[in-house]
Design a protein around this ligand. Structure first.
Ligand SMILES: NC(=O)c1ccc[n+]([C@@H]2O[C@H](COP(=O)([O-])OP(=O)(O)OC[C@H]3O[C@@H](n4cnc5c(N)ncnc54)[C@H](O)[C@@H]3O)[C@@H](O)[C@H]2O)c1
Length: 450
């Protein structure tokens, strides 16, 4: 029996925290990208083409240069200047076309990277699968719930490899977080919150319109696809995320990354059962359809998730898993694991309102009921921080994972089912926001109900 000393009691009573917040910082070591340790024979090389070489398409082509054993052999985009941008990025005069079917007809194309606008994902992916190509499709996988299931069916029917482009699931930081979560170090996790805030015209998708943009340089009708017909409008072509016909606003742009990260870390592969959203269009009143602030609360079977994206503040991206034993937070390429002191201790706060004699009696009784083998005091709580090395690119890692899956025919880290579930989370958020109702996921009927 080790009764509390007066000193310890006073510390507790005064609310002092013996738990030190010292933090160890560890550098995570990225695995070598597949093939980095050897020369890849030309016969083993994966030949791919890029469909959609806008901002992301070029970013992916740039990242692909770091992935050994792959070769870009063609590019496609509806806007001619993007052929030039793509060729500059791959540093090669690859053939370029406006018509993606020309690419799918080529027998020497093993795989395609699909980085077209969201409303075109379904058409391009379904056609690519039918043509026998493996597919890396940018996030969010689908523009609508129906699009997502059509793509899942096409991938399975064609027996194709598909990977969706939320690159955080290939990040060493997220892998570390998944490891910590799976080991149970967080205790029970009932609540997860994440946010992503930006504060710039570009962050709000008000991208500049290039001086040569016109109906001559852009295939406007092909861009519209199945979307409602309308006269050429460069703002819609370049700022498509603002409009429901082509994008999903903040949910499709940013929630999808947060949801994919949360699913990956927590080992979740299902759609949230319900979602409630709030938000509004406060600042960017430029004719767009979507709000510039949205918050959504999701019900999953064993935890709740709260997401918020705000285009009116620059506090960046963060995810926090709140467990009963520890908190795990990720900001950028850094993860912090902060254990909580869960050692057994007598009540402290409410004793402030007790007279000394009753406190003494309570503490004496508590000590009898909780015999300790050592001195009774707070445990040291040491936070650990893990970070990726400078220059680490989860985009290259994600691409390497995809091309590795193409070679091995093993499922990808973020396959069509995973991507579909994450995208449905975005559709739930928008449904709840626009319909002003709680959105419920009906998995059997594959539909959202209000
Ligand atoms: N993973 C990420 O972090 C990330 C980042 C940015 C964008 N994205 C995703 O990448 C995709 C592209 O976004 P972006 O920012 O590059 O947009 P963007 O407007 O810069 O480029 C999209 C390009 O797709 C082309 N396109 C549309 N339909 C086409 C078709 N049928 N055939 C050929 N080309 C077609 C357009 O001509 C346009 O140049 C979107 O799905 C977006 O959500 C992902």
């Amino acid at each position: 029996m080790h009764p509390l000393t007066r000193r310890t009691f006073m510390q507790i009573g005064a609310g002092s925290v013996a738990a030190g917040a010292a933090s160890k910082i560890r550098l995570l070591e990225p695995a070598a990208l597949w093939g980095a340790d050897r020369v890849v024979a030309p016969s083993d090389r994966v030949r791919f083409a890029s469909i959609g070489t806008g901002t992301r398409g070029c970013e992916l082509l740039q990242a692909s240069l770091a992935v050994p054993g792959i070769e870009c052999i063609a590019v496609c985009d509806l806007y001619d200047s993007r052929h030039e941008a793509a060729r500059e990025t791959v540093q090669k005069q690859v053939p370029a076309t406006r018509n993606y079917r020309e690419i799918l007809d080529r027998k020497d194309v093993d795989a395609v990277i699909v980085a077209v606008t969201d409303h075109q994902h379904r058409k391009v992916v379904v056609d690519a699968c039918a043509a026998g190509k493996d597919v890396y499709c940018e996030k969010p996988m689908s523009h609508t719930v129906e699009d997502g299931f059509a793509m899942v069916d096409a991938v399975r029917k064609g027996n194709r490899i598909m990977q969706v482009g939320s690159q955080r699931v290939s990040s060493i930081v997220y892998q570390k977080a998944r490891e910590i979560y799976a080991a149970g170090a967080l205790g029970d996790v009932f609540y997860i919150e994440a946010s992503w805030n930006r504060n710039s015209p570009s962050g709000a998708w008000v991208y500049p319109i290039p001086p040569d943009a016109s109906e001559q340089t852009i295939d406007w009708n092909a861009f519209l696809g199945d979307a409602p017909k309308r006269p050429f409008d460069a703002a819609r072509f370049f700022r498509w995320r603002c409009f429901v016909d082509y994008g999903e606003g903040l949910a499709g742009d940013l929630f999808v990354h947060l949801i994919s990260g949360i699913h990956f870390i927590s080992g979740t592969n299902e759609v949230a059962r319900r979602a409630q959203s709030s938000g509004g269009l406060f600042r960017f009143k430029d004719g767009r359809d979507f709000p510039d602030l949205i918050e959504t609360v999701y019900d999953y079977p064993t935890f709740r998730v709260s997401l918020c994206c705000n285009l009116n503040n620059d506090s960046g991206e963060s995810i926090k898993f709140c467990g009963t034993k520890a908190t795990l937070g990720i900001g950028g390429q850094t993860l912090t694991f902060t254990p909580q002191d869960v050692s057994l201790k007598p009540e402290e706060y409410s004793l402030l309102g007790w007279p000394a004699r009753l406190r003494k009696e309570y503490l004496a009784q508590w000590s009898v009921e909780h015999p300790q083998s050592g001195p009774l005091d707070y445990q040291t709580v040491e936070a650990e921080t893990f970070t990726a090395p400078d220059g680490y690119s989860d985009v290259s890692a994600h691409q390497a994972n995809f091309f590795h899956a193409v070679r091995t025919r093993k499922p990808t880290v973020e396959n069509e089912e995973f991507g579909n579930h994450a995208a449905i989370g975005c559709h739930l958020a928008n449904y709840a926001y626009f319909e002003k109702k709680i959105a419920t996921w009906d998995a059997d009927a594959r539909t959202i109900r209000g």
